[in-house]
Design a protein around this ligand. Structure first.
Ligand SMILES: [Zn+2]
Length: 867
């Protein structure tokens, strides 16, 4: 999973192996021989008609098998937790022994009692810790093309449902096992259907064969090409939302996330590497090691190879291994070699034939080794769980986080997210003052008066570990070589005003008891002159999609105006009835519907004369033409950033877009499109394509170049006044600091030069249409050392703070890189002929949670073509 630079040895011999089914499965990887099973429960082989590991199983067939055994065995129940984007049912199993079944709800409630130490006496807690079975949760196949684990779960479920051996009975008596058979059914089926379509009759183990070479975008991600193993906290997708709801209902003591990685690698089991979340309780390390050692004991017996400690950190809290760890659980990761290229069998570089059967077997073995180890440590785990919700394990300094209720765009998204994770959010019942309120903007304390209704998240509550991990401005970190981003602080990601305080506040508050909704509805009048939608609103772009879809002619205010009651921001949408005469009889109904469906406030105006600013007939009230947008996809573009743009426009904004394969670009008539959107890429565009695109822009097209693609449209390709920051400094960043750096230190020094996902302070010119609806500063997520040189002939819309000491808000960036980037441009507009090129050097909607800057994309495609 980490990017590896492999030296590929070319074999001049075609590696083709012929196996009969029996030799391919072999006896080495039999699932625990000698166990007696209840004959009324079907085995996977009986039900599917083939040995597990000889074929991949379609998701529908996996579910159908699991449903079958849930009706055949009273130990097993199956539940729904939603549907995927593509409509596949999401289901999970709860399995336990007879003595627990009759009082399952009581056991669940007892477990939740431990998770709120405020409401339970020490004596009662000790009794529950001693008596309650453990809740043990195994999650399979979050990455769709790491497909062996969903095969394995069928054997795991079968044994728990039907086996009568001592080990199984001990697990059933002492625990409630929760199995999530497939966290990402859309991605898995994308892989499995493709693989089946590519597989040959004669089993082919040649790693370069077509059946071992999955096409773009691959099955790892979900429908919108998002990595669901980064979404546990943010819950952008239905797969995560449904799962977290179940998670909060059960709160397990252990959680294991089953993965795969390149087929040349050996099994990874706990513990992982640094950095770790330093806020975790002290005994976390030792307990997680218990499970690694249990898995290893099983592998030693079967002579399976494995490794520990050399990879995989658990710092970022959105993984299936780290989220549970901030919820009182021992969250764990296992990784099997195999992955998409593993197929049914593949020859490794050292000549070993790695079969799907072995991959299934390995995950089956660790599933049981882990469950048995959990049962052996049941009381320890229950106690750890209980203590991790107590204040004695709270290592945070903040006593409260304060989010002012100033109608910032994403505020309610954050409040609702926190509540979904069991966080108690309060609102102040009156104005209050804090002597030392630290601001997220500067990191400095100041005396500040807060308003009635501002939101407070106190840390003296059970979810303190989650709260501190997700809300803290800056996490402590051991070192800077990390697997993922170095900051995810929610107030920064959602660009909120936020504060924290270390002193205890005693103020009157009310608890937030239901999810918050942004203000929506219509203030209508009879015989309106115009309908107005303030562009500052969270869902204003969606309302524009709806208006266009219904055929309304819409204008957008290039300047602010005030109707005597309040001012309306730049970009505000105005529907003039004098230009929509055909809508006269239906406008009231339409506006009501749009306000409700999009989630915006719409105001009807009786006149077009404003008290201040522009009138509605002004030429600064720009007619917006409905746009035809194409998002470029496929090789060599980055499927993640393409997916984020697709999601933002298609799902979030409900704006119809075309997705064009890059290879079509040269041969189609671009004049049918108003906007072309380029996701990130590292591979340079062909000069003939750049030439064609320049011609199209000069003719009136709007080209939006994001991340790595921004670098294709610079002076190098004849676009004047657009230069990337100097490349010699970039080269310096790529080389180790000294010619005498030791071999063993070289990869580390490269890591320190990276900017691994860091919050930078961005200054915004929100008088430019590209930034309409945004405040004049935002936190931009820096993941590279790319930026543009500011230039008088280039409209700089966003630039990094000019002071290198104030530039980095949270995360890691070397001082050398901060000096390089301070004052440089990250968002810009370059008019060219009748059209324009828009540069967004930083990701504007990373994983759809770092969404503070995302309005710039909506502006770029909806407003800019007309402005
Ligand atoms: Zn994975």
């Amino acid at each position: 999973m980490k990017r590896l630079f492999l030296i590929i040895t070319i074999h001049n011999m075609l590696v083709m192996e012929l196996f009969s089914q029996s030799s391919f499965i072999g006896s080495r990887f039999d699932f625990t021989p000698g166990i007696e099973y209840d004959q009324s429960v079907q085995s996977p082989k009986d039900y599917l008609g083939y040995e597990l590991g000889s074929e991949y199983t379609l998701y529908a067939d996996v579910l159908s098998y699991l449903r079958a055994i849930s009706s055949q065995s009273n130990r097993v129940s199956i539940y729904s937790y939603g549907k995927t984007h593509e409509g596949r049912p999401l289901e999970y199993l709860v399995i336990t022994g007879k003595k627990n079944l009759s009082k399952l709800e009581d056991l669940r409630q007892n477990n939740l009692r431990l998770a709120d130490p405020r409401g339970i006496s020490a004596t009662n807690a000790s009794k529950i810790i001693k008596e309650n079975p453990g809740i043990y949760w195994l999650s399979y196949n979050v990455h769709g093309n790491e497909a062996s684990s969903t095969e394995a779960v069928m054997q795991v479920a079968y044994r728990l449902a039907a086996a009568n051996d001592l080990e199984t009975k001990n697990i059933l008596d002492n625990s409630v096992v929760i199995l999530f058979p497939c966290l990402n059914p859309d991605g898995r089926d994308r892989y499995v259907y493709w693989y089946k379509s590519a597989q040959s009759n004669i089993l082919n183990t040649d790693q370069y064969d077509y059946e071992h070479d999955e096409p773009w975008p691959g099955g790892r991600t979900n429908h919108y090409w998002f990595d669901l193993n980064r979404d546990w906290v943010w819950m952008v997708h239905p797969e995560s939302k449904g799962r977290i709801e179940v998670y909060q209902k059960w709160l397990p003591q252990i959680h294991v996330d089953y993965h795969e990685m390149g087929f040349n690698r050996n099994y990874f089991t706990m513990p992982g590497t640094t950095p770790r979340n330093l806020m975790l309780p002290d005994s976390y390390e030792a307990l997680s090691d218990t499970f690694g050692l249990a898995n290893i004991a099983a592998f030693d017996k079967h002579k399976v190879m494995y490794y520990t400690r050399e990879g995989f950190d658990f710092f970022y809290p959105g993984y299936g291994s780290s989220y549970p760890s901030v919820m009182g659980s021992i969250g764990m990761l296992v990784e099997q070699g195999g992955h998409s290229r593993g197929g049914r069998a593949v020859k490794t570089d050292d000549g070993y034939i790695l079969t799907l059967r072995q991959r299934v077997f390995d995950h089956y073995e660790t599933s049981f080794a882990t469950l048995s180890a959990a049962v052996r440590n049941r009381k320890n785990l229950n106690r750890y769980f209980y203590e991790s919700f107590q204040q004695k394990t709270n290592k945070g300094k903040s006593s409260v986080y304060i989010l002012p209720n100033n109608s910032k765009n994403y505020l309610y998204d954050v409040i609702n997210m926190l509540r979904a994770h069991g966080v108690e959010v309060k609102r102040s019942s009156s104005e209050f003052m804090v002597n030392k309120a630290y601001s997220y903007d500067s990191g400095e304390p100041k005396r500040k008066v807060f308003s009635k209704g501002d939101f407070l998240i106190f840390t003296d509550q059970p979810r303190h570990l989650f709260i501190n991990t997700v809300l803290q401005r800056e996490m402590s970190i051991e070192d800077s070589i990390m697997y993922d981003m170095s900051t995810w602080s929610a107030p920064l990601a959602y660009n909120l005003d936020a504060f924290w305080s270390e002193s205890r506040l005693s103020i009157k508050t009310e608890k937030v008891t239901k999810n918050l909704r942004y203000k929506q509805g219509i203030k209508d009048v009879n015989d309106a002159y115009a309908y107005v939608i303030d562009w500052n609103q969270r869902y204003a772009p969606k309302a524009l999609s709806y208006l266009w879809n219904k055929g309304y002619k819409v204008r957008s205010a290039r300047k602010e105006f005030n109707n005597g009651k309040r001012s309306f921001s730049r970009g505000t949408l105005v529907v003039l009835m004098g230009r929509n005469l055909d809508k006269k009889t239906i406008v009231k109904r339409d506006m009501k519907e749009i306000a409700q469906k999009a989630g915006v406030q719409i105001e009807a105006f009786k006149t077009g004369r404003m008290k201040e600013g522009i009138d509605f007939g002004s030429s600064n009230m720009v007619p917006l033409k409905p746009v035809k947008i194409a998002l470029m996809v496929d090789k060599p573009l980055n499927s993640y950033t393409a997916g984020q743009l697709w999601y933002l426009l298609d799902k979030e904004t409900e704006l119809g877009i075309s997705k064009l394969r890059m290879e079509r670009l040269l041969n189609i008539d671009l004049n049918t499109y108003d906007v072309l959107l380029f996701p990130g890429s590292r591979t340079a565009l062909d000069t003939s394509i750049v030439k064609k695109l320049k011609g199209w822009v000069s003719n009136g097209g709007t080209l939006v170049a994001t991340e790595g693609s921004a670098g294709f449209f610079t002076e190098k390709n004849g676009i004047k006044n657009v230069k990337l920051v100097k490349s010699d400094i970039k080269e310096l960043n790529k080389t180790p600091p000294s010619a005498y750096t030791r071999y063993e230190d070289r990869s580390d020094s490269l890591g320190l030069k990276r900017i691994p996902g860091t919050a930078f302070y961005g200054m915004i010119d929100n008088s430019n249409p590209l930034a309409f609806g945004l405040p004049n500063r935002l936190y931009t997520l820096k993941q590279s050392i790319s930026a543009l040189e500011p230039d008088p002939m280039l409209q700089t819309v966003g630039y990094y703070h000019k002071d290198p000491l104030k530039l980095k808000v949270a995360g890691y960036a070397s001082m050398e890189n901060r000096k390089l980037l301070s004052g440089k441009t990250f968002a810009a507009v370059k008019p060219m002929g009748k059209g324009k090129i828009i540069y967004l050097v930083d990701n504007t909607q990373y994983r759809m949670f770092w969404v503070g800057p995302s309005r710039m994309v909506q502006n770029a495609v909806m407003l800019l073509p007309s402005m």
